[in-house]
Design a binder for this molecule. Structure first.
Ligand SMILES: Nc1ncnc2c1ncn2[C@@H]1O[C@H](COP(=O)(O)OP(=O)(O)OP(=O)(O)O)[C@@H](O)[C@H]1O
Length: 295
């Protein structure tokens, strides 16, 4: 069993922005979803765990090794797919992956060839191996990204917003691939897409303003708000009124009509119907409660 321990982690950038504020997490094998809005601090946390930047304070241990003091030890066991994979040189996918395998420390040529071929097949890019990654679609690039993250059999895999910008089919293919990676490693998936976490992750946390505001199993977390989510269709012009009167956690257009969802222990007023909550409701309700606390 692999274990990642994050203790009281803070990160304040030189411009004074505190992106992480006292993060505590313990993550073991399987897929862990880190949900948060843009700017919540997800990339800051991912980059710090991946030892690409140092925290201001706090500690991170992977299987007992201090990530901050011994980054090279952890890097050997790490696969990282950053939010922006960067500029691709105009060489074939196969050559680029082979080159990245050298950087990852796979020195044996035969071993490298075996791994590169197997990974290109696993991510379904083998037939495109002679093409430059430069010419790949967004989905193909992300699949290439996961192939490079899987080089040298990492025990800790971090993928930062991997489906942003992908069309639904590409996104689906990518996520299926991710779920196949296995239960014997830690996979941290950072995203603002609630659906991705619901479909893939048995454990999750919500990050907001640099703090973890909820953590657990998605089904258990959703069970905690059962009986408390109410909905009704309202005229668009009345939304502000409803927001003033009730705890409106989300508004959505459903077939051209505006549906609001309200968090309430009791039926807010006639016309509301109780609904079976989903993870999105939990996410919005948690963010809503946090905003109330901060106000
Ligand atoms: N290198 C940096 N220097 C200064 N501020 C930064 C830096 N990187 C991030 N920030 C700030 O830290 C906060 C958290 O950013 P971060 O990128 O970690 O969030 P995020 O949840 O990954 O959001 P996004 O999905 O938009 O990248 C933001 O206010 C951001 O502007």
């Amino acid at each position: 069993m692999n274990t990642l321990q994050v203790n009281n982690l803070t990160k304040t950038y030189p411009n004074g922005v505190t992106a992480l504020n006292g993060i505590n997490l313990e993550i073991t094998n399987g897929m862990f979803g880190l949900l948060g809005a843009n700017g919540a601090g997800k990339s800051s946390l991912m980059r710090t765990i991946a030892s690409l930047q140092e925290p201001t304070s706090g500690s991170i241990y992977f299987n007992g090794t201090d990530v901050i003091r011994e980054p090279n030890e952890v890097r050997k066991q790490l696969g990282y797919l950053p939010q922006e994979f960067g500029v691709y040189p105009k060489i074939s996918a196969e050559k680029l992956l082979n080159h990245l395998a050298i950087l990852k420390g796979i020195v044996d040529k035969k071993e490298r060839k075996t791994q590169v071929t197997a990974l290109l097949q696993q991510v379904n890019l083998y037939q495109h191996r002679k093409k430059s990654v430069y010419t790949f679609s967004g989905g193909m690039r992300q699949r290439f990204g996961i192939a490079q993250a899987l080089l040298a059999n990492p025990k800790l895999i971090i993928v930062d917003e991997p489906t942003a910008g992908l069309d639904p089919e590409e996104s689906n293919r990518f996520l299926n691939l991710l779920s196949e990676i296995g239960e014997n490693v830690i996979v941290i998936l950072s995203t603002h897409i609630v659906e991705d976490v619901r479909n893939l992750c048995p454990k999750m946390a919500i990050l907001s303003n640099g703090e973890i505001i909820a953590e657990g199993n998605p089904t258990d977390l959703v069970a905690g708000i059962e009986g408390k989510i109410w909905t009704r269709i309202v005229p668009k012009s009345d939304i502000e009124l409803y927001k003033a009167l009730f705890h409106v956690i989300s508004t959505k257009l459903v077939s051209g009509e505006t549906q609001i969802r309200v968090l309430s222990e009791n039926k807010p007023e006639t016309g509301f119907e109780m609904i079976v909550p989903n993870l999105e409701d939990f996410y919005f309700a948690t963010l809503f409660n946090q905003t109330l606390e901060r106000a």
